[in-house]
Design a protein around this ligand. Structure first.
Ligand SMILES: *Cc1c(COP(=O)(O)O)cnc(C)c1O
Length: 355
């Protein structure tokens, strides 16, 4: 019996995925990206479990996220901040031994003016063509001039199109990256996120997988399959029959031509089940697929269970993400990606960790 809508997180699956990716990345170090509360899986739980498994480098997006990881893991692991740090956050980063990434000349100037510059080497993010974040190629000379007395520990960049292996941007960015890393010969080179691990010879010295740790993203040529880490289930609240001609839900957007058996479950868009899954999404009950019918509302979703032969009654679980309900397929049905679906699972959903 499932009383509450729940996200069950399998920490063993995340460790297994990290090991599989570590194997795939060859000699490169495999870090863990735990931003956005470890893509919704719980940054303290995920980072401490991965730390025990041997991971020593963790990437977050913000200083606040990094502080959570630092507090959980103690002094040793390296905790990076992708977005860098400004103002008071720079002081917090220095006090807590965090490593903000330098993404622009202005971040580099602020770093030089802070106490961080006396104690730490810098991580430089170079924009090799995505045009989103990072020091532009045209600013390299100026960056070098600002770095005369500061050493560079990592030179990183980020792919725009790694999930499309044949996209010409991948080779172009790799070429730019090879060019730019020659400027800092001793530095650790890092280019690949999860999808980059599917491209030839892009692991360099350090890889930064996020979504693949959690079992999502585009397929990768791993020896063992990646396992889904999060299962999202909601309890059936009520089961009822409707005659031919009946509608269901707000706006009466679904009309049934034949008599149907429906089950309404306790999950809605306030839990992070996107409203765009209305009449598009699916769930699994006892391993059998059923469709979302009508509009998803704030707290409720209705399923057509007419053809489900497994037991359907209040308290039975309907799985929306997990072993049966594939994350990326559900995300595609919502017109989005696994990233957005995972990070959108809301705080009302109870989280339970295993392993
Ligand atoms: C989020 C992020 C990653 C991880 O990306 P995935 O696609 O989840 O593997 C790696 N590098 C940077 C710069 C990021 O922002």
């Amino acid at each position: 019996m499932l009383e509450r809508t729940r996200a069950t997180i399998d920490l063993e699956a995340i460790v297994s995925n990290w090991k599989v990716l570590d194997e795939l990345s060859g000699a490169a170090e495999t870090a863990a990206v735990v931003k956005a509360n470890a893509y919704g899986h719980g940054a303290p739980e995920v980072s401490s479990r991965l730390s025990r498994a041997g991971c020593t480098s963790f990437f977050t997006a913000t200083v606040n996220e990094a502080l959570v990881v630092r507090k959980t893991l103690g002094a040793d692991p390296i905790v990076y901040v992708f977005n860098g740090a400004m103002g008071d956050d720079l002081a917090a980063a220095a006090t807590n031994n965090l490593t903000p990434v330098i993404n622009s000349l202005s971040q580099l100037q602020a770093w030089r003016a802070s106490t961080l510059s006396s104690s730490q080497a810098v991580v430089l993010h170079i924009d090799t063509g995505m045009n989103r974040l990072g020091i532009g190629m045209q600013d390299i000379a100026e960056a070098k001039a600002l770095l005369t007395e500061i050493s560079v520990s990592i030179v990183m960049s980020h792919f725009a199109c790694a999930d499309e292996p044949d996209h010409p941007m991948n080779d172009e960015q790799r070429r730019q990256f090879d060019q730019i890393t020659k400027e800092w010969p001793g530095a650790t080179r890092s280019l690949s996120n999860s999808a980059g691990l599917g491209l030839l010879d892009c692991a360099y010295d350090l890889v930064r997988p996020g979504i693949a740790l959690y079992g999502g993203g585009s397929p990768l040529p791993t020896k063992r399959p990646l396992q889904p880490a999060m299962t999202v289930e909601a309890p059936i609240l009520t089961v009822f029959d409707v005659p031919a001609g009946a509608n269901t839900g707000y706006g009466a957007t679904k009309r049934f031509d034949t008599p149907r058996r429906l089950a309404t479950v306790g999950i809605g868009y306030a839990d992070g089940l996107p409203r765009s899954l209305s009449n598009q999404g699916f769930a699994y009950i006892g391993g059998e697929r059923c469709e979302v019918v009508g509009r998803i509302s704030m707290d409720l979703t209705t399923l057509d269970v007419t053809n489900v032969s497994a037991e359907v009654q209040p308290g039975v679980a309907a799985e929306f993400i997990g072993r049966y309900a594939d994350l990326e397929q559900q995300a595609a049905a919502a017109g989005t990606l696994g990233y957005e679906l995972l990070t959108g699972i809301g705080p009302r959903v109870e989280r339970v960790w295993h392993g």
